[in-house]
Design a protein around this ligand. Structure first.
Ligand code: UGB
Length: 598
């Protein structure tokens, strides 16, 4: 009682709420007034924060937790009454006329879009020491994921504005957490926003939620400080309530934007699929469009599933990878999550790239405040399910947004070639090496190799002769090693861009490296066996097209294997480093013709 004199009227209300919500245990160790007073004030500051950052406050969190914990204890199936089946959606094949047409529409539409990158996760599975956005997407140029994303959005902006004859800036929001916020902001600032103008990037920080000690949702005390509540991340679903409370959605709407595109932190291929999928959203007027790829059974990506309830309701939704198998087994698919005759799961794999139509998104969030259906995943001590091995918390996922939509909402998905659209970096080398044969590794090694493979295949589609890959093993993972072909997004974002800049009979050997930096450069009748780096000099961006042709042969760059003793963490998690032996470098500053005869 005496401690109340330390508190403001609002904090006294919070104290009453905690007592009413059965949280008396939090005050059991409180000493008399005059002892630990700063800690006590700190406790209430934390409560204020927890209250503010959860839609409808901490009391609502405790109530939701009790309900979900009771459901979990009873073993209630979240899909009770629903039967899964394989949904139908748009399937696009790179290079097909349909793909090209959707790309064209998507590029035109892009100036009406805002991008939202969810980057609050630390990536425990990868075991990397820093933020994942700072990791190189590939080591030939060492451009980080964040740089690649920002430059891709800028390239899209430029193409879209050219087509629409305007000068809109595409906004980028980055959702961070306490774990990633400072490093992400520093990374961007240290690189002059990678070319975005001030104010074009906005940061929204997600807060953690309170941990729960038991089925009554008693809040857990921080093991290191009994005047604090233990907290853990709430999941990427927080992005919706943060966008709602930031006021950005209305601002975007008022400035004429129509689409919001959500994406994750380490997929170096994603932007190759974005223009076409935005085209699909626009043509089909989808309220929700999820990007998907073929999924291997048991792969750690959710399955896009049609759920039909016994009462007739249906929805197309992601069923998370750990829920798909039990759901299938419980509904008559005795083998659970298995591949079908195609060698893949019949359920398309969710890659968590969502495109939402802004006006219906705003309408929905006005109803829900951005609260997303949550789940809880307690690890029980025994089958009585009365106590937990360690504290738990509620979680939510951004792809569960469609769960609250009315049945009339247009919810679709677009399946892309995996090689084109999806190669995340999530697993550490040891776990990746244990992935069942034939399933993707999702490691730094496979993520990098996938970029070379995609660029090689795109050039192949553009009629270049690209040598077959060789199979090599790095960190216990067998991967296809294609020529190391990398270009900046401003050189080409779409297939049409590539076709415009590649002419004649080009051929590239397997051991080659080709890097193209700059916008206005074409290759023609190029035969490469070694390393060629083409860059534009400062100020040459508006030069008319420079052409590089002829025959180039040199010792090139080699992939040198490294083992666990390697000191560079970037090289160690890949199992190789790139050793520059010999290269030809072309730097152009005006429209020129480089013709090599060696
Ligand atoms: N993230 C946050 O921003 N905040 C958080 O609290 C947690 C994560 P993971 P996950 O496409 O590969 C998802 O951990 O959740 C960010 C889909 O649920 O890498 O295991 C984090 O920074 C799954 O259906 O992935 O699986 C990162 O950018 C499947 O689609 C992103 O959220 C899978 O991704 C994803 O976090 C996939």
């Amino acid at each position: 009682q005496k401690n109340l004199s330390l508190l403001s009227p609002d904090q006294i209300e919070d104290a009453k709420m905690l007592l009413e919500m059965g949280q008396t245990h939090l005050f059991e160790v409180w000493s008399e007034l005059g002892v630990d007073d700063q800690e006590k004030k700190g406790f209430f500051q934390q409560v204020t924060k927890l209250n503010k950052s959860y839609p409808k406050g901490l009391a609502a969190y405790i109530q939701n937790a009790r309900r979900l914990l009771a459901d979990s204890k009873e073993g209630r199936n979240p899909f009770d009454g629903f039967k899964p089946s394989v949904p139908s959606g748009e399937t696009l094949k790179f290079g097909d006329t349909k793909f090209d047409e959707f790309e064209k529409v998507g590029v035109k539409e892009a100036h009406n879009a805002a991008f939202v990158l969810v980057a609050g996760g630390l990536g425990e599975r990868l075991g990397y020491n820093g933020i994942k956005l700072a990791l190189p997407s590939e080591c030939t140029t060492s451009r980080s994921f964040l740089q690649h994303y920002v430059e891709s959005i800028l390239a899209l902006q430029e193409s879209s504005c050219r087509l629409n004859e305007d000068h809109r800036q595409i906004p980028l929001v980055i959702m961070t957490s306490d774990d990633t916020d400072k490093s992400t902001q520093d990374l961007l600032r240290d690189h002059n926003n990678f070319g975005m103008i001030d104010g074009q990037v906005v940061f929204l920080k997600q807060e953690k939620v309170a941990c729960l000690d038991d089925n009554d949702a008693r809040l857990a005390k921080d093991p290191h400080n009994s005047y604090r509540i233990q907290t853990k991340p709430h999941g990427h679903g927080d992005v919706h309530s943060l966008l709602k409370s930031s006021g950005l959605l209305d601002k975007w709407h008022d400035s004429g934007l129509k689409w919001v595109l959500f994406f994750q932190d380490t997929n170096g291929l994603l932007f190759k699929a974005i223009p076409a999928s935005l085209g699909v959203s626009s043509e089909k007027r989808y309220d929700v469009n999820s990007l998907a790829v073929s999924r291997k059974a048991k792969e750690a990506i959710g399955g896009i599933t049609k759920l039909t309830h016994t009462d007739g309701r249906t929805m197309v939704i992601n069923v998370e990878y750990n829920q798909l198998d039990p759901l299938l087994r419980a509904t008559g698919y005795a083998d659970g999550d298995v591949n079908c005759e195609t060698g893949y799961s019949p359920f398309p794999g969710n890659i968590n790239q969502l495109i939402l139509k802004l006006d219906s998104y705003i309408e929905e969030l006005n109803k829900t405040e951005g609260a997303i259906p949550e789940f809880v995943n307690p690890k029980y001590k025994d089958s009585s399910k009365t106590s937990f091995k360690s504290s738990t918390r509620l979680e939510c996922m951004m792809q569960d947004y469609p769960k609250t939509l009315s049945p009339s909402a247009r919810v679709g998905f677009t399946v892309m070639d995996t090689w084109l659209a999806y190669a995340p970096v999530k697993n550490n080398p040891e776990d990746a090496a244990k992935v069942p044969k034939g399933n993707p590794y999702h490691s730094a090694t496979s993520g990098e190799m996938a970029i070379y493979r995609a660029n090689s295949k795109i050039l192949q589609e553009a009629d270049c002769k690209i040598a077959d890959p060789v199979i090599e093993e790095f960190n216990g993972q067998e991967v296809e090693v294609w020529p190391r072909i990398v270009w900046e997004p401003k050189w080409a974002l779409t297939f049409a861009d590539v076709k415009e800049k590649v002419h004649g009979h080009c051929s590239i050997s397997q051991r080659s490296t080709l890097v193209i930096k700059g916008r206005n450069v074409a290759i023609e009748d190029l035969t490469l066996d070694g390393t060629l780096i083409i860059s534009s000099a400062e100020g040459a961006e508006d030069a008319k097209v420079t052409t590089v042709r002829g025959k180039i042969q040199n010792k090139g760059f080699i992939l040198e294997k490294v083992d666990k003793s390697e000191t560079s963490e970037i090289a160690r998690i890949r199992g190789f480093r790139i050793k520059e032996v010999e290269k030809k470098e072309v730097i152009y500053s005006k429209p020129e013709n480089f013709h090599f005869k060696s």
